[in-house]
Design a protein around this ligand. Structure first.
Ligand SMILES: [Zn+2]
Ligand SMILES: [Zn+2]
Length: 150
């Protein structure tokens, strides 16, 4: 599994309870995972903790649409999936749930100020005196003068 944008994702703890009822597999579980990545803004290493409790139901693929209809009679907030007649891979279930929790962007903190585009220093660690966009060069000044005349 590709944990992007994380570099690595490990399951730390997991709990699964499977109940088979009329060919449907009811799954109740929870997991805790630890992800490693780099901050999207400042590139600092970031450790993330992911985890949640979930409930899902798997119905045999061979049953077709009618199988799904009977599931709709159950609770609405239940995830519904399908499984091949051969069985259910519990590891896959956990990874699938973990994958859903991976954020689209990883940041070390919501208030991360990122890297200075001029000097490249982390603005979280030191306040540099760079002006965004850099000091105006002679050509910029010419441009401005020209703009004023027109
Ligand atoms: Zn950051
Ligand atoms: Zn700077």
């Amino acid at each position: 599994m590709d944990p992007a944008p994380l570099r690595e994702l490990r399951l730390v703890d997991a709990d699964l309870l499977l109940t088979v009822e009329g060919g449907d597999v009811w799954i109740e579980g929870s997991f805790e995972a630890r992800g490693e990545g780099f901050c999207d803004r400042c590139s600092d290493p970031v450790t993330l903790r992911l985890g949640k409790a979930f409930r899902t139901i798997l119905t045999p693929k061979s049953r077709g649409p009618e199988g799904a209809v009977s599931i709709e009679l159950h609770e609405e907030d239940l995830d519904v999936g399908y499984y091949d007649g051969t069985g259910v891979e519990t590891n896959d279930i956990l990874w699938e749930q973990a994958a859903l929790e991976i954020p689209l962007r990883v940041v070390c903190s919501e208030s991360c100020r990122g890297l200075c585009p001029v000097c490249g220093k982390s603005r979280n660690r030191e306040a540099c005196s760079c002006v965004a966009g850099g000091p105006p060069g002679p050509f910029d000044i010419l441009k401005n003068l020209k703009g004023e005349k027109e």
